[in-house]
Ligand binder design. Structure first.
Ligand code: PRX
Length: 677
């Protein structure tokens, strides 16, 4: 059984999945030849390509120059003015899409009449963003200020982001799962004086006490001499909250305000502020493998053009066809910014938002949502797909998934086993999978299949998007031959690129622009990922360079060893890290979770089976020295495995560094106790 499956999985890896005819027929790019032609043209003249795309959007004043590039500083659409809220909301509210659904939302709890569902039209969004914009102004928010948003996945979260964009304030969205100390750090760094939050949000049947966390953060901030003037609280769960008054605050005598009180009195006729193309749109904090989180800066015109274009082309979005797009990411991540909110709405397409957990109340919840709302494009993370696999195929089978046309993944390399499962169990072998490689820093998709054009290979993010000059290079900036691993670099600027790290110019330059240089000394963007290109030019991401394991002088990407482990039928998920080894310098420690109902016991025999399995799949060099069974793996809130913590455990170190992004603290404790072998 095990042997049969693994041989099959190797065959799959070499397999090519052509775009299905049904998708190809309606897509904007319909063949690999067409992709080649447009890609070549876009690289011969990137500015021409992006200007043409920008021309599909509305600008209040057109640009003087498409790009000003003084490495590492880019100005896209210099001299132009526009407004992202206008492009996402007002221009659709003024046309035939006014009454179409902009947001379809579902709350987590399921009552006797089913879940709470809300439908927000483009006209509703225009009114609500205008009102909230007026509220923010009345609280003293001015152009360029940074408003912190710490909310559950409810429509008001999207409204908050759009309202900031509308009045020219920048937003800093903090994921609702973060702790008070994470909020305090970010609010202090951003200098926010206004925080938008809610009493609570639903997650796996429990209320996450958002307001309470904000209160605790404000206490910490006050201790550090930072004063938050206003906290606006949406009533979502009705849980009791403490109420604070700050006599010195500028708005009456209050610090805390109910959202509905302020909205009631607010005018709804405020127009969108014309913003310079390079005006700050948002700050989003992202953690590196070490050190404090970086506030990644994104600006207006280039980011808008990048996300609008990629959302349309990569997901094959079409408002006229009535597409219903669902990206399962929380708005606290870049994926939520770029595709739940801005990318879908910029194209006038309905976006689905869901408040809660994928297994609340049952592991079939996502598929019920797909059926209920007729979702046409579904975008999620490999970690979620592996969870669905673990829960079993019977759950998606209970729902009618025939509305689905395109599937997507993002966030980490997808192992071929999970890809095949997604393709079969969710896509019924008729939906192309777009495995999109990008980062918080890139703003939008960079390397990705196009659903009607690119033949896909399970586990590969395939080919660069138009206008994107991606390459695999060595430390000297020279391009690597096919199938040799190297550093993933972007050799030319692109419109959605980060414009800096808030309050830390040095870190911006050092982290991204100092490591690799081209033949004429021009800096390349260093993504921090190791990757290779195969003989067809397809990209295969091998994992973060920081995670590379060096065994007896051979550098191994974590991804390949993990894929080998997961291709064994007993394994649900695996993470491998380097550990000290007397002889080899570094050895490999594998942390493994087993599939539910696989009927195996976590014993020495299974450990040996898994070691041999890896040897068979990759070679003796990759044989794990230690295999540990564990119930779960430590993950960031966005689902990335925290290999840094696993390394600390594998090395027997006690202090594991910053854990503010850890999904489940309890996992750490369990891992320490995990059954070692
Ligand atoms: O290592 C790559 C991985 O996620 C990193 C970016 O993480 P973040 O900024 O949190 O953004 C995630 C959502 C865009 C990358 O450096 N990554 C992201 N997408 C993929 C991926 N690795 C492999 N394949 C992908 N499709």
């Amino acid at each position: 059984m095990a042997d049969g499956e693994s041989i099959e999985s190797l065959l799959h890896e070499g397999r090519l999945f052509p775009p299905p005819d049904a998708v190809r027929a309606g897509a904007e790019v319909r063949s690999l030849d067409q992709w080649r032609e447009v890609h070549a043209r876009s690289l011969a003249d990137p500015e021409g390509y992006w200007a043409e795309e920008a021309g599909r959007l509305e600008w209040f004043r057109t640009w003087d120059r498409v790009l000003e590039w003084a490495p590492p500083d880019a100005r896209w659409f210099a001299g132009a003015t526009t407004n992202l809220c206008h492009n996402c909301v007002d221009r659709h509210a003024a046309g035939p899409r006014a009454d179409a659904a902009a947001i379809l939302w579902e709350g987590e709890p399921i009552g006797p009449d089913g879940p709470e569902v809300r439908r927000v039209s483009f006209a509703d969004l225009r009114r609500e963003t205008a009102r909230l914009g007026a509220v923010l102004k009345s609280l003293g928010v001015r152009k360029g200020d940074i408003v912190t948003i710490y909310m559950p996945m409810v429509p008001e979260l999207a409204i908050a982001m759009l309202a900031c964009a509308r009045i020219g304030a920048a937003h800093s969205v903090i994921f609702g799962g973060f702790s008070a100390s994470a909020i305090a750090d970010r609010v202090a760094d951003a200098g926010s004086r206004v925080i938008l939050t809610a009493d609570g949000g639903w997650r796996r049947g429990k209320i996450v006490p958002l307001k309470e966390n904000v209160d605790a953060a404000c206490v910490t901030l006050a201790g550090a001499g930072v004063r938050v003037e206003h906290v606006v609280v949406l009533e979502r769960c009705g849980n009791p909250v403490a109420w604070h008054h700050a006599p010195e605050a500028s708005h009456g005598d209050k610090r805390d305000h109910w959202w509905h009180d302020l909205m009631r009195a607010a005018p709804d006729d405020g127009a969108c502020e014309p913003m310079d193309s390079e005006a700050l749109l948002f700050v989003l904090y992202t953690s590196g493998s070490t050190g404090k989180p970086k506030g990644i800066l994104h600006t207006t015109g280039g980011y808008m053009t990048h996300v609008a274009t990629t959302a349309r082309v990569v997901f094959d979005l079409d408002a006229a066809r009535g597409d219903v797009f669902w990206c399962t990411a929380d708005c606290g991540w870049v994926t939520g910014h770029s595709y739940v909110v801005y990318g879908a709405l910029c194209n006038g397409v309905t976006t689905v938002m869901y408040e809660g957990a994928p297994d609340a109340p049952t592991p079939g919840r996502f598929w019920e949502i797909v059926e209920r709302h007729g979702v046409t494009q579904f975008y999620t993370a490999p970690t979620a797909i592996r969870a669905f696999m673990k829960w079993g195929e019977e759950h998606p089978r209970k729902s009618d998934l025939r509305s689905l046309r395109v599937l997507g993944t993002v966030g980490e390399p997808i192992n071929p086993e999970a890809w095949m499962w997604y393709h079969r169990a969710i896509g019924a072998e008729r939906c192309p999978i777009v495995d999109t490689w990008w980062q918080t820093e890139t703003g939008g998709h960079m390397i990705t299949p196009l659903p009607g054009a690119t033949p896909t290979k399970p586990g590969s993010c395939t080919l660069p998007f138009f206008g994107v000059d991606a390459a695999i290079v060595n430390e000297q900036g020279r391009e690597m031959p096919a199938n040799q691993g190297g550093l993933l670099a972007i050799r030319r600027p692109w419109p959605g690129m980060l414009r800096g790290v808030l309050n830390d110019r040095e870190r911006f330059v050092q982290t991204y622009w100092s490591r690799i240089k081209g033949p004429d000394g021009e800096p390349y963007y260093f993504a921090g990922d190791g990757a290779r290109r195969d003989e067809d030019g397809y990209f295969w991401i091998m994992g973060r360079v920081d995670d590379v394991i060096n065994v007896s002088g051979h550098r191994l990407g974590t991804m390949e060893v993990e894929s080998a482990l997961v291709s064994h039928p007993a394994v649900a998920e695996a993470a491998v890290v380097s550990m000290p080894h007397e002889i080899k310098g570094a050895g490999i420690a594998a942390f493994v979770t087993l599939r539910e109902g696989a009927g195996v016991s976590a014993d020495e025999a299974l450990r040996e089976t898994l070691r041999s399995h890896v040897v068979k799949e990759i070679g003796a060099i990759a044989r794990p020295d230690v295999v540990r069974f564990t119930k779960s793996l430590p993950k960031t809130r966005s689902g990335k495995i925290m290999r840094r913590l696993l390394r600390a455990i594998a090395e027997g170190r006690e202090h594991v560094g910053d854990t503010t992004t850890l999904e489940d603290y309890a996992v750490l404790a369990k891992l320490r106790e995990s059954d070692e072998g």
